[in-house]
Design a protein around this ligand. Structure first.
Ligand code: CP
Ligand code: NVA
Length: 306
């Protein structure tokens, strides 16, 4: 049984398979074709946190492939203490073929993998955002072509998005730099597991913008305060102030450098309007690709061919 939990569990060939499926389905959709490969299949989406892109892109992907999607907020599903987690997982697994989860604790997703008996997709946890990172690299490939040796620079908080992007970029041969304040970088223990799994990975953490950006192919940022960290928002605004991606910062990178953001963005905080709306920005192509990638991912976890 296949799941998408941590990208560390994927091989490069898995990533290529998912991208191949996503690309084919994206091309076919442009021609008006919506192959009903998942006719009769059911996806359950169980979320503890809000979502626009993840929820909707999986819904749309499932529907365009002929399947159905059911949404439950985690509390209504019984995950607020009404029922034991393994029991909830087993019941939902009995009604569905694939479950997408968005959680605070990574452990909840691990428990669904253990107990649901069906394919599970991590739709974001406090630790990870693998669907986003796969979409990001898929989008970079569309825009830049061969990614080997092309540098991706993540500016801001070394959060769930940065964690997963470090793996996706490394799997595709991209050097990855995190520009973040010292206490907000990727965890060293986690980095060791990343380089153990992908020995060719080149991950650097710094606060030297000049050296980080001078040869950047991609500048990427995300919110300074992730869902669940709202109590720290004011403190974080002060800490991350100098990490704002604005025109001055983008000038340190080559003109060909592209700007990316997983969205939602806090305009005026981690990114300015001129950058996110500017000619280097590909954030809406990136957001749209969530749906195409979701299709590839659904077929991959369900071991379906086109
Ligand atoms: N990028 C992303 O996951 O967006 P949502 O939180 O809206 O799903
Ligand atoms: N880091 C953000 C990503 C949202 C898609 C969060 O976890 O809130």
């Amino acid at each position: 049984m296949r799941h998408l939990n941590s990208l560390l569990e994927l091989k490069r060939s898995d990533v290529e398979s998912i991208f191949g499926l996503a690309r084919t389905l994206k091309d076919r959709l442009k021609k008006g074709e919506r192959p009903q490969i998942l006719s009769g299949f059911v996806m359950a989406q169980v979320f503890e946190k809000p979502s626009l892109r993840t929820r909707l892109s999986f819904d749309a992907a499932m529907m365009q492939l002929g399947g159905a999607s059911i949404f439950l907020n985690a509390k209504d599903a019984g995950l607020g203490g009404r029922e034991a987690v393994p029991d909830v997982a087993r019941v939902i697994g009995g009604y569905s073929d694939v479950i997408t989860l968005r959680t605070f604790s990574q452990k909840l997703i691990d428990a669904f993998i253990e107990h649901s008996g069906v394919a599970v997709i991590n739709g974001l946890s406090d630790e990870r955002h693998p669907c986003q990172a796969l979409t990001d690299v898929f989008t970079m490939q569309e825009v830049i072509g061969d990614l080997r040796g092309k540098k991706c620079v993540f500016v801001g908080d070394g959060n769930n998005v940065a964690n997963s992007l470090a793996i996706a970029a490394s799997l595709c041969g991209m050097p990855f730099t995190v520009c973040a304040p010292e206490n907000y970088r990727l965890d060293e223990k986690y980095l060791k597991s990343l380089t153990k799994r992908i020995p060719t990975a080149e991950v650097v953490q710094t606060d030297n913008f000049k050296s980080a950006l001078k040869d950047a192919a991609i500048v990427y940022t995300d919110v300074w305060t992730s869902m669940g960290q709202e109590a720290e928002a004011e403190e974080r605004k002060k800490i991350f102030g100098r990490y704002q991606v604005n025109e001055k910062l983008m000038k340190l990178a080559p003109k060909s450098c592209r700007f990316m953001h997983c969205l939602p963005a806090k305009r005026g905080q981690e990114v300015t309007d001129d950058v996110i709306d500017g000619s280097q920005s590909i954030v809406f192509e990136q957001a749209q690709n969530r749906m195409h990638l979701a299709k590839g991912l659904l077929l991959w976890v369900l071991e379906k061919k086109i």
